[in-house]
Design a protein around this ligand. Structure first.
Ligand SMILES: C[S@@+](CC[C@H](N)C(=O)[O-])C[C@H]1O[C@@H](n2cnc3c(N)ncnc32)[C@H](O)[C@@H]1O
Length: 240
């Protein structure tokens, strides 16, 4: 179950040394964010090797995921991170296995470059750029359909109304394949994971079946109500 996978990832992640993986400009006193332990733990426990991080900032999330890469995976891992800015150059240069792409995630150039960086479907996509429904939805359409990630992680799912709406829609669609990690991670702004169906694109059939099932149930309900009304009227007439 996804919840168990997440709990185990958090537990194992806390054992990983993430010193130096910080969100802001690195200072000696800075501590790694809680969700970095989860990301590193998930990479380790699920043996993920092909990872896309959208929103590099200072590299805290991608460096943490890099620390989680498991034994054998170290030789064949592919870690790609994208940001419109190019921060923390010096520190990230110490991670030659991390490929940086600079530019707008929604631009054709960046999409093409990112997709070409992988030679197979990816294991994880972490979306942490602009926390806004349409932006994140566009990322899903552009990247998930092409790279078919096994997992998609969304930061800040409870940050604002727009992200709440997106998360609500995703949980409705993915049900037990969506898990809200907010409590486990202790992150007020929210953190969510989806076990993405790699064949999601083909899931139109499922959507059609769901739609038809709802129509059938509604039609049946209406028919039953109509029959009940006719019976009531007949009883009234016969009673008279
Ligand atoms: C919240 S920070 C990322 C933090 C990082 N993932 C971490 O956990 O350490 C968001 C980043 O997204 C970048 N960003 C925002 N909109 C973007 C866009 N359209 N394309 C690329 N990067 C973008 C910002 O420059 C910023 O560095």
């Amino acid at each position: 179950m996804l919840a168990d996978i997440c709990k185990q990832a958090m537990k194992e992640g806390q054992k990983i040394d993430l010193s130096g993986c910080v969100y802001g400009k690195p200072k000696d006193t800075d501590k790694p964010s809680n969700y970095y332990y989860f990301l590193a733990g998930l990479v380790k426990t699920q043996r993920l090797t092909n990872i896309l991080d959208l929103g590099t900032k200072n590299g805290g999330s991608i460096m943490s995921m890099s620390r989680g890469i498991h034994g054998q995976g170290r030789v064949r891992n592919r870690l790609v991170t994208v940001d419109i800015e190019y921060l923390n150059k010096e520190k990230l240069e110490k991670y030659p296995n991390i490929q940086r792409i600079q530019g707008d995630v929604l631009s054709k150039r960046v999409l093409k470059k990112t997709v070409e960086s992988f030679d197979r479907e990816i294991d994880l996509m972490f979306i942490d750029t602009l926390h806004e429904y349409k932006h994140v939805q566009r990322i899903i359409t552009l990247y998930a359909n092409k790279l078919k990630p096994k997992y998609i992680i969304f930061d800040d799912i409870h940050l604002n109304y727009s992200m709440e709406k997106l998360w609500r829609r995703l949980t409705k669609e993915f049900r037990d394949k969506a898990f809200d990690l907010t409590e486990i991670i202790g992150r007020e702004a929210g953190f969510g994971i989806i076990l993405w169906d790699r064949a999601y694109k083909l899931n139109w059939l499922k959507i059609l079946v769901d739609f038809l099932t709802i129509r059938i149930v509604l039609t049946l309900r209406m028919t039953v109500n109509l029959i009940k009304r006719i019976i009531r009227k007949l009883k009234k007439l016969l009673g008279k």
